[in-house]
Design a protein around this ligand. Structure first.
Ligand code: NAD
Length: 488
């Protein structure tokens, strides 16, 4: 760290705050190992207590305001995000390593859309009335839960904050975000923007450790819901601890997602779609990455060959460089973990490296956490590389011939987050989509989440839905029934 390294603070009760512990964490540049780009506070118990108290105060007022007040605030924030879009994208590229052009800018655009969408549907947080006779008024209210703790991962902090904050606030809750240790800077910038338009305490932003600040929020009696996105392992502990005190919980966890290619013409659209669904542009650091590629034997050679060529044509480089298609992996520990998987694949006689392999050890990429897109072919569903979430730019292609067998392989995983089906026969495609155990199946496309859609996992990929209108109501409200006797 140099003397001009920027210091970024937490937002508590509308004010910028250091940690009560006096501790700091250096934030480093994934593209240049050892380069410190900022330092942020490590929140302790006192900070968590202060954030919870201020969120509770803000909630007491916000729960009763007219929905148009909530809508107006969210729409203003959406406009302000648009105005600062380039700053948000740049800071995202700098602390996450996600490439500016292909990843960081689209992420910011999704964030603005999510604020706009939930601003638009804030008035839809409605109850219903029962036709219970002239002497009865029997109706329900969808009431907010209270204080929501949103715990974020590092892979796409802004988009995931966008899945939580506007929906929770539109439904009348207050939110405390706990940013990921390695990528808090874009979330602090989002806090700056929101702080202009929201009452103090309605959105607090903490930085700090998972086992410290994160766990304190999970255990805090003043937190009514924990909305967690991260690994399955940590999610399991959060479900246990928040469940122990009967807090509401939703979990968006890991994935090892199948992508099934049926026989047919191998078009450019198919190859581009497979590239997109593999989330190679995000260094494979996406819970929805289609990393188990089941290709029908009739088209196996052509698909693998053309996809390998596509992977090889991607430009890996500094995330802030416009020329880069792919940026850097978040930190050295993830980088090394991915490298171990690749080494295992390279040394396994059962697998062939169609493109990529071990990361560069010389040249401009050697100084950062850069991996190259890697496609293994000839695998089967039993390989460790096909079973565990690598969270790197690594795809394993597995041939198939029998439909029942490929559906069984697709479902033979503890995860159930996303899936992709590629077929020009719509009956075939939809029948497969219905049989796959995943919370989100895409047919003949591989893009990211779109505003308004439902999103969430099955099996070990999580539980609860928050992102759609229905998700907002299910995830951020509770139903109260009111029965009134009328003298007629
Ligand atoms: P992680 O589980 O290590 O950390 C996520 C967050 O939880 C961080 O903010 C961390 O500080 C916090 N945390 C850690 N221990 C905690 C504890 N005991 N109590 C409370 N909070 C705690 O995950 P990560 O490495 O940051 O992210 C990668 C993982 O996230 C991958 O498994 C990926 O699939 C998953 N993910 C899922 C989705 C989804 O929508 N399903 C989206 C993005 C990432």
């Amino acid at each position: 760290m140099t003397t001009d390294t920027p210091t970024k603070l937490m937002l508590i009760d509308g004010e910028w705050a250091e940690s009560s512990t006096g501790e700091w964490r250096d934030i480093t540049n994934p593209a240049r190992r050892g380069e410190v780009i900022a330092r942020v506070p490590r929140a302790g118990q006192e900070d968590v207590d202060r954030a919870v108290a201020s969120s509770r105060r803000a909630f007491e007022a916000w729960r009763d305001v007219h929905f148009t007040v909530r809508a107006r605030a969210l729409l203003k924030i959406a406009d302000a995000i648009d105005e600062r879009a380039e700053d948000l994208a740049l800071i995202t590229a700098q602390d996450t390593g996600n490439a500016l052009r292909t990843q960081a800018r689209p992420e910011v655009a999704t964030l603005a859309s999510l604020f706009r969408y939930f601003g638009g549907v804030a008035g839809e947080v409605k109850g219903n009335t029962l036709p219970a006779g002239a002497d009865q008024l029997q109706y329900t209210r969808q009431e907010p839960l209270g204080v929501v703790a949103g715990i974020l991962p590092w892979n796409s902090p802004l988009m995931i904050a966008g899945f939580k904050v506007p929906a929770a606030i539109a439904a009348g809750n207050a939110v405390i975000l706990k940013a990921a240790e390695d990528a808090p800077l874009s979330i602090i910038m989002l806090a700056e923007i929101c702080n202009e338009y929201l009452p103090a305490g309605l959105l607090n932003v903490l930085t700090g450790g998972g086992r410290t600040a994160g766990q304190m929020l999970v255990d805090h009696k003043g937190v009514d819901k924990v909305s967690f996105t991260g690994s399955t392992e940590v999610g399991r502990g959060i479900a246990r601890d928040a469940g122990e005190r009967l807090a509401h919980v939703s979990l968006e966890l890991g994935g090892k997602n199948p992508s099934i290619v049926f026989p047919g013409q191998v078009t450019d659209k198919l190859i581009d779609g497979l590239l997109m669904s593999s989330r190679i542009h995000r260094q494979g650091q996406s819970c929805t990455a289609g990393t188990r590629l089941f290709v029908h034997r009739d088209v196996e050679d052509e698909v693998n060959e053309r996809l390998a060529a596509k992977f090889a044509s991607m430009v890996v480089g500094d995330p802030t460089d416009e020329a880069s298609d792919i940026g850097a992996v978040i930190n050295e520990s993830q980088y090394k973990g991915i490298q171990e998987y690749i080494e295992e694949g390279v040394n396994d006689a059962g697998l062939t490296v169609a493109t990529g392999g071990l990361p560069p050890t010389e040249g401009p990429l050697a100084g950062g956490n850069f991996h190259v897109p890697t496609l293994f072919t000839g695998g089967n569903n039993e390989f460790r590389l096909a079973r565990e979430e690598i969270f790197g730019p690594v795809v394993v292609s597995i041939p198939w011939t029998d439909l029942d067998e490929v559906i069984a392989m697709a479902n033979d995983t503890s995860y159930g987050l996303a899936a992709y089906v590629w077929s020009n026969d719509i009956n075939q495609a939809l029948s497969a989509a219905h049989r796959i155990e995943a919370g989100w199946v895409q047919v003949n496309q591989g893009g990211g989440q779109v505003v308004g859609q439902s999103y969430g996992g099955m099996k070990d990929s999580g539980s609860g839905r928050e992102v759609s209108l229905e998700g907002m109501i299910a995830g951020f409200t509770q139903t109260k029934q009111i029965n009134v006797k009328i003298d007629v």
